[in-house]
Design a protein around this ligand. Structure first.
Ligand code: ADP
Ligand code: MG
Ligand code: ZN
Length: 482
């Protein structure tokens, strides 16, 4: 009998917090790609003997924001702890983190799955500090301590996820929430959000959790899903031939899509956690926590609901638009200025606009096309001043070079003509020039009508109203039958 295995997945997400200075010193937080290495460091974040940490209040505020948004219990007292291990990117020899008394616990996040909405329990949200950045080239290793001590938030789920897609949905939702809260830049390619996936499988129908493996440093949604998928297959195969999956820490190779062993149970770290003697317990004022709660803006789920009810959008369109705050904001501004339905505005944004955004790699927040001009263009197409294809051309022009939609339409001579005599002339010419297609159409190949419409559009440089064109073509073709 072929056994089926149920995957069990828990995620740990590390997100850098968008503060100006580091977690325990005054050093500036800088872009890890563009900043010159080792220029933004001091005795505290390079672990010099005797240097003392001072907690960054802004980091605590941002962490509380996340805890509240994830509906966690925020603890008025939490404790920083030393997590001891040696690595060249960790000059102190320990990382300041939170261990048995974290800032926030017992939250939740809702995700969309194939079988509906699912609640993923959040076990804990705690504060810690990032390490330096190691890179290796030409048999040398390089270390940049600019990132050392950057505030880091760790968000850990219960083992509630059951498929790679669920893990991906959770990660994408959390990413969106962090962006909405303005606590993280969301630039995944810069490593500001990193995932660790804990994966085990068990025989379908059984309750006991099996040994898990932990895949470290997954830096994209794609790697996350791929790594988990690979692990599920690997572990299922081991159990199916009577083996045992060892508890171990794995790396993920993006090139091969495979995981590989980093260290097994025997080499597992004993971090010897103990309370950080240089920092007092973190005690929060409950009024302060409430004042942060008051500043929380509308989050993705609430916005999706509102888009469905206020704009009459279907759930998947609404969810797409609210997947990023900048996208949702831009949509709302265009919809407010446009006389067309929200559904039409959505299809422009989801279609040609997103194609441009994805191809150019531009941030939606940096789009210079004003919502007014975009709305004006959409309305020109809706109310048939110009054709749909002409509209797309003008949109790309506007996105690339700016300008005024009406002016561009005029300059390019794109105004759509529904004047019958003008279109009739083109229709007659197309029918006269293509006798064999006419014959085929009349013999029953009616799909050719669209081809004729295309020919007329070409002959009129896209100016002919396609509906009038179609009518006149059908009339002309029927006449030729006699
Ligand atoms: P650690 O702190 O040592 O990394 P935890 O017990 O706190 O380990 O768990 C870390 C993550 O692993 C959590 O997201 C948790 O939900 C998940 N997890 C725990 N046990 C399992 C298991 N058997 N299979 C899959 N995930 C698991
Ligand atoms: Mg872990
Ligand atoms: Zn410093």
């Amino acid at each position: 009998m072929q056994l089926t295995y149920e995957p069990i997945i828990g995620l740990e997400v590390h997100a850098e917090l968008l503060t100006k200075s580091k977690m325990f010193c005054g050093c500036e937080v800088v872009d890890s790609i563009t900043a010159k290495p080792n220029r933004y460091i001091c005795p505290v974040c390079t672990g010099q003997p005797g240097a003392l940490p001072v907690l960054n209040q802004k980091a605590v505020e941002l962490a509380v924001r996340v805890g509240l948004a994830l509906e966690c219990q925020i603890h008025v007292e939490s404790i920083f702890a030393r997590k001891n291990y040696f690595y060249p990117d960790l000059p102190k020899g320990y990382q300041i983190s939170q261990y048995d008394q974290p800032l926030a616990t017992d939250g939740k996040l809702l995700i969309e799955t194939e079988s509906g909405i699912k609640k993923i329990r959040i076990r804990r949200v705690h504060l810690e500090e990032d390490t330096g950045k190691l890179s290796h080239a030409n048999a040398h290793s390089f270390i940049d301590y600019n990132r050392s001590g950057v505030p880091l938030l760790e968000i850990v789920t219960e083992p509630d996820l059951r498929a790679p897609d669920e893990a991906k949905a959770y990660a994408a939702k959390l990413h969106a929430i962090l962006r909405y809260l303005d606590v993280n830049s969301g630039d995944m390619e810069k490593g500001v959000i990193r995932f660790e996936a804990n994966v085990s499988v068990r025989e379908a129908g059984t309750e006991k959790l099996n040994n898990r493996t932990e895949i470290k440093n997954l830096n994209s949604f794609r790697s996350l899903a791929q790594g988990i998928e690979y692990e599920i297959a690997r572990q299922s195969e081991i159990y199916s031939r009577g083996g045992i999956v060892e508890q171990e820490t794995l790396g993920f190779n993006e090139a091969t899509g495979k995981t590989y062993s980093q260290r097994g149970k025997e080499e597992a770290h004993d971090y010897r956690y103990f309370p950080e003697p240089d920092l007092p317990p973190l005690v929060l004022d409950s009024d302060w926590i409430e004042s942060i709660r008051m500043t929380l803006l509308e989050l993705p789920d609430a916005k999706t609901k509102r888009f469905i009810s206020d704009f009459n959008l279907n759930p998947s369109d609404a969810r797409f638009l609210t997947s990023e705050l900048s996208l949702a904001n831009y949509f709302e501004r265009v919809a407010a200025k446009s006389k067309s339905s929200a559904k039409i505005v959505h299809s422009w944004i989801a279609g040609e606009f997103m194609r441009y955004v994805n191809e150019s790699g531009i941030d939606i927040a940096d789009i210079t096309l004003s919502p007014e001009s975009f709305a004006q263009l959409i309305d020109m197409v809706t109310y048939k001043t110009i054709g749909g294809n002409a509209g797309k051309t003008v949109l790309v022009e506007l996105l690339q070079n700016g300008g005024d939609p009406a002016q561009i339409v005029k300059e390019k001579g794109l105004t759509q003509v529904s004047d019958e005599s003008f279109i009739q002339e083109a229709v007659t010419k197309v029918l006269n020039d293509n006798p064999s297609e006419v014959e085929k159409y009349l013999a029953g190949k009616e799909t050719l009508l669209q081809w004729f419409v295309g020919q007329v559009a070409r002959a009129t440089k896209g100016k002919a109203d396609p509906n009038v064109t179609r009518e006149l073509l059908v009339k002309g073709l029927v006449e030729r039958k006699k």
